[in-house]
Each structure stands twice: as structure tokens, then as C-alpha cells.
Design a binder for this molecule. Structure first.
Ligand code: IPE
Ligand code: IPE
Ligand code: MG
Length: 244
């Protein structure tokens, strides 16, 4: 199962307490550790966390610097824990605009955790779903068939090996903010009012319970059997439909 989280509400959490926004981001980083550990103990195979969007560069430089510093510190501090918990860490998004120090920390974390098999943690940094889709479209050969094109875009969007099953957004907003647009075609969306720094294993368990109570139909009828053959036929129809 692939769960994706838009970790929103750090700033408002801090403002509510009369603290600077940076304190909200620090508390948010602690929440990341709690939720990753809870996820690794659950049935989640892939967890994608939205840490920094391409549009977040629009924020004041000191907030951006603080976010990048926190990211690097926590990455360095948490690698050993990830190795012990069998968590493989990978990053999605652009790397060319990140500081060389942060890129080194990212590559180090990816290398050290590469053998983890319990859960894959995908961290989206300088990420834009639209940019990922456009990049995939530009890279595809002009004579690619529809099915091939669909596969290439899916791969380039990091959809392989699985689309998002459950997408959670904390902080009360009900939007996707350019996150995993391709992979979330049939994701179940759960929006919670809790600000990210207060989100924990109980919030995650509640979202998973809500997910299990939903009926996923993928455009079919409730009773349609979900066989491998039916899935392949659906994929073909979807790629035809998308290419039209
Ligand atoms: C999410 O919290 C963290 C990032 C976007 C990096 P925000 O900083 O967006 O917090 P709010 O939405 O202003 O409360
Ligand atoms: C989305 O939150 C990005 C991350 C959580 C990293 P934002 O706070 O940037 O989104 P908007 O601006 O409210 O849509
Ligand atoms: Mg926000």
C-alpha cells in the first residue's frame, strides 16, 4: 500500500502559540520521525512525504534556508534509525537547485538505506507534479505508442511500482498543491484539520481506518471482480482515454 502525505500547517501551529514559523517547522520535523516509525510498523509499503514544493521557493529566504537546514540535519540524524528499521529512503524532485551539502546528505542517505525492505520512504523536495509530467512527456520518443507513452510517463512520475492508495493532507486545506497528480488518479483523499506538528500514529491509524471503510471502484461497478485481467484491460482503456 502506498500512502502519501501533504504535511501542512507548521506555520499556523507556531502562530497559534505565538512562536516564529521556524518553530513550527522544527516541531513538524519531530512529527515526521514519529509518523515514519508508525508507518514502518504498519502495512504501508511506500510512504511519500511532501517536504518542499517548487512553489515553496516563493517564501522568504530565511524560511527557505531554515527548512533546508532542518531537512539536512534530520536526514543526517535519522539515517541510522532508518537502516535499523529497514526503511529505504529515496528522494523525488529536482536536485540542481539544492545546496551541494544537502545533495550530499541525500545521496548518502539513499546509499546507506538502499537495502531496506520493510518500507520505502519517498521524500519530495523541490517537487512539482506538473514538472514531472512535462519532463516525462519531453523525454518520450515521438513515435511511442499510447501504452508505451503511458508507461513512460508513469515511470518518470515515480508511479512504479504502485499508484497512491491513500493521500492524506493535514492542516485543514482541501487541495493537492501540485503533489503526485499522476499517481493519485484513484487515490482516496483524507483531509484532516490537525496541524502537521500534532499529527501522530493515532492520526495515521484513523486515516487508515477511513481508507479501509471506503469502497474503491476504479470506474467499475461495486461488484466487479478485481482480477489481474480486469486491471490490465482497465490500464489499456485508461491509456487510450488519456491519449485522446
Ligand atoms: C508545511 O507547513 C511545510 C511546508 C510547506 C514546507 P506550512 O509552512 O505551509 O504551514 P502553514 O500552511 O503556513 O500553516
Ligand atoms: C504544500 O503546502 C507543500 C508542502 C506541504 C511541502 P503549501 O502550504 O505550500 O500549499 P499551499 O500554498 O497552501 O497550496
Ligand atoms: Mg501551508
Amino acid at each position: 500500500m502506498h500512502v502519501a502525505i501533504i504535511m501542512d500547517g507548521n506555520g499556523r501551529w507556531a502562530e497559534q502559540r505565538g512562536l516564529p514559523r521556524t518553530e513550527g517547522h522544527r516541531a513538524g520535523a519531530r512529527a515526521v520521525r514519529r509518523v515514519v516509525e508508525a508507518a514502518a510498523r504498519s502495512s504501508i509499503e511506500r510512504l511519500t512525504l511532501y517536504a518542499f514544493s517548487c512553489d515553496n521557493w516563493e517564501r522568504p529566504a530565511d524560511e527557505v534556508d531554515n527548512l533546508m537546514l532542518l531537512l539536512r540535519r534530520h536526514l543526517i540524524g535519522q539515517v541510522a534509525r532508518c537502516v535499523n528499521n529497514g526503511v529505504r529512503v529515496v528522494f523525488i524532485g529536482r536536485r540542481d537547485r539544492l545546496s551541494p551539502d544537502l545533495v550530499r546528505a541525500i545521496e548518502h542517505a539513499e546509499r546507506l538505506t538502499a537495502a531496506g525492505t520493510r518500507m520505502t520512504l519517498q521524500v519530495a523536495v523541490d517537487y512539482s507534479a506538473r514538472a514531472a509530467i512535462i519532463g516525462a512527456a519531453q523525454a518520450a520518443p515521438a513515435d511511442a505508442s499510447r501504452a508505451e507513452f503511458s508507461r513512460l510517463v508513469g515511470e518518470a512520475c515515480h508511479a512504479a511500482p504502485g499508484d497512491v492508495d491513500l493521500l492524506i493532507r493535514t492542516g485543514g486545506e482541501r487541495r493537492l498543491s501540485d503533489f503526485l497528480l499522476w499517481e493519485s488518479a484513484y487515490a482516496e483523499l483524507v483531509f484532516v484539520d490537525t496541524y502537521w506538528p500534532d499529527f501522530d500514529e493515532h492520526g495515521l491509524a484513523a486515516a487508515l481506518a477511513e481508507f479501509r471503510a471506503r469502497e474503491r471502484r476504479f470506474g467499475g461497478l461495486p461488484a466487479e471482480p478485481r482480477t489481474a485481467g480486469a486491471q490490465a484491460a482497465r490500464d489499456d482503456r485508461a491509456s487510450d482515454c488519456r491519449a485522446d
